[in-house]
Structure formats: structure tokens, C-alpha cells
Ligand binder design. Structure first.
Ligand code: ARG
Length: 261
């Protein structure tokens, strides 16, 4: 009987029925998404207190395009993988870099964003800190659990690494002279810079091969069907122009071509 109903309803709804993610028969299945909430322009809280950003629009469009109701829960960044592994969420979207270390614990979708790392310093320090080597021995602000933090742990031994929960805290610390530089994703550092022109902060690129990362949507390794669903949704939003529209909205241009390199 359930099999016949499933056949009629389609895979997404059926899986949700089996997993108990849908209560009444007319309701849509729920796609439970986890993100961290202070990573503008990807995932952040707007003036009305609502979660917004490129990643949020992307996952909403992707999920709704597949017939889901998308429910978003905000976690601390280092709580995302544990939440996914505990099956409290179906997927993570949070400017989350596809990395070999993480791929041991979670599965990643196809990439949807190309990024890299850079660092921010106070404008007056521009002559002093022109490259990574000049940061050795300095105090560096980082976001806990990020690829930027890992990068600094490997490349800047001997520096004092100050770890914070979110990028805004690291920027504040930089402005308050609590550190010499903030290392994080260039897309996020540049967004901060663009929004705080009066703060006299500058961005310095990191000239390393390592300076190339792709964001992916992470799913639980035990749910390969969810990985297929997410990849199908990504393909759909790329094909129907939705991805282009959202990227133009957030970045002023279509970022699709960066993914085809
Ligand atoms: N891309 C980096 C990483 O995956 C930073 C991500 C931080 N994301 C966030 N929502 N705070 O480690």
C-alpha cells in the first residue's frame, strides 16, 4: 500500500513520509537546512531578524523547485557537522568549503561557488603587511573551524591565533587593535570592506595555490538519496536561470562561469 502511495507521490514526498517529515497528506515534505548566521553575503540575519543571503535564496529556490518546504535553522559554525551527523538536519549550506578533511565525515554536492582566502588589515598598516610572510609573529583573528583558521594554523606557526565564533567579531577585534589581520574567505572579507568604506581597512590577497576553494552543500553520508536530490536541484536552478538571477542579485553578475573552469 505504502509502495503504491509512494509511487503516486514521487520520491521526495515518499521519503519524507517514511522519515516522518510530513504531517498531513497535503503538506509538503520538509527539507531541514542548517547554516551559521553571520556570514554575509551568504548566510546572515537581516534588519528584520530574518535569515537571508545568497546561500539562503539558493537553497530555498532549490528545495521549493523540488517540491519541498525549506526550513532553516541557525547553528554555531562548528555545530553544523555534528547536527548533520546526528540527523537533526538534512543538509548544510553556509559558505561551506569542500575539503578532503570534511569529506571524510560528510558528502558534498557539486560546487556552487568559487572562493579563496585573503586577509584584512587596518589601512595604516598597509606598508607593513603586504604578504603572508609579513604576518608571521603577528596576532591573527580567525573564525573557529573555518578553512581560513586551518590555513593559518599551518602557514603561520609562531603567530598568535585568536579564534572567534563569527566574522563580525573578528572585524571588531581588528578595528579595536586586538589583532593585526583577519584571515577569512575573500568573498566575505570583501563584502565587509564594501559595506564599511569609512573604517579604513584594506584587503590583501594571499598569493598561494591553496587560495582556491569551492563551496558545496553537505549531506549526511548515510543518505545518498539526499545527495542526489540536492545535485538534481542544483542542476535545475542552473538550467532554469534561477541561479543566474540570484547571483546577479547578490554579486552584481552571474557567477556560473567561475564554476566551469
Ligand atoms: N568557507 C570557509 C569554510 O568552509 C568559511 C565558512 C564560514 N561559514 C560560515 N557560515 N560562517 O571553512
Amino acid at each position: 500500500m505504502l509502495k503504491r502511495i509512494c509511487h503516486a507521490l514521487g520520491t521526495a514526498l515518499c521519503l519524507a513520509l517514511l522519515c516522518g517529515n510530513v504531517s498531513a497528506k497535503d503538506e509538503k515534505p520538509v527539507l531541514r537546512i542548517g547554516c551559521e548566521g553571520a556570514f554575509a553575503p551568504f548566510t546572515f540575519i537581516d534588519d528584520k531578524g530574518e535569515i537571508t543571503g545568497f546561500d539562503i535564496d539558493l537553497i530555498r529556490e532549490l528545495g521549493e523547485g523540488l517540491g519541498y518546504e525549506v526550513k532553516i535553522t541557525v547553528y554555531p559554525f562548528d555545530g553544523l557537522i555534528p547536527a548533520l551527523m546526528a540527523d537533526n538536519i538534512d543538509a548544510i549550506i553556509s559558505g561551506f568549503t569542500i575539503s578532503p578533511e570534511r569529506a571524510k565525515k560528510v558528502d558534498f554536492s557539486e560546487p556552487y561557488f568559487l572562493c579563496g582566502l585573503n586577509f584584512l588589515i587596518r589601512g595604516e598598516d598597509e606598508p607593513k603587511f603586504r604578504d603572508l610572510d609579513s604576518l608571521k609573529g603577528q596576532k591573527i583573528c580567525l573564525q573557529i573551524g573555518t578553512t581560513g583558521s586551518l590555513f593559518a594554523q599551518k602557514q603561520l606557526t609562531g603567530s598568535e591565533l585568536k579564534q572567534f565564533n563569527s566574522p563580525p567579531e573578528t572585524y571588531l577585534e581588528l578595528l579595536n587593535r586586538g589583532c593585526s589581520a583577519v584571515i577569512n574567505d575573500s568573498s566575505v572579507n570583501d563584502f565587509f570592506l564594501a559595506r564599511h568604506k569609512g573604517e579604513k581597512v584594506v584587503a590583501v590577497p594571499i598569493d598561494k595555490d591553496i587560495d582556491k576553494e569551492y563551496y558545496g552543500i553537505a549531506v549526511n553520508k548515510n543518505h545518498p538519496e539526499m545527495l542526489d536530490t540536492i545535485n538534481r536541484g542544483l542542476k535545475q536552478v542552473r538550467a532554469n536561470g534561477v541561479f543566474k538571477r540570484i547571483s546577479e542579485q547578490w554579486f552584481g553578475h552571474d557567477i556560473s562561469s567561475t564554476l566551469e573552469e
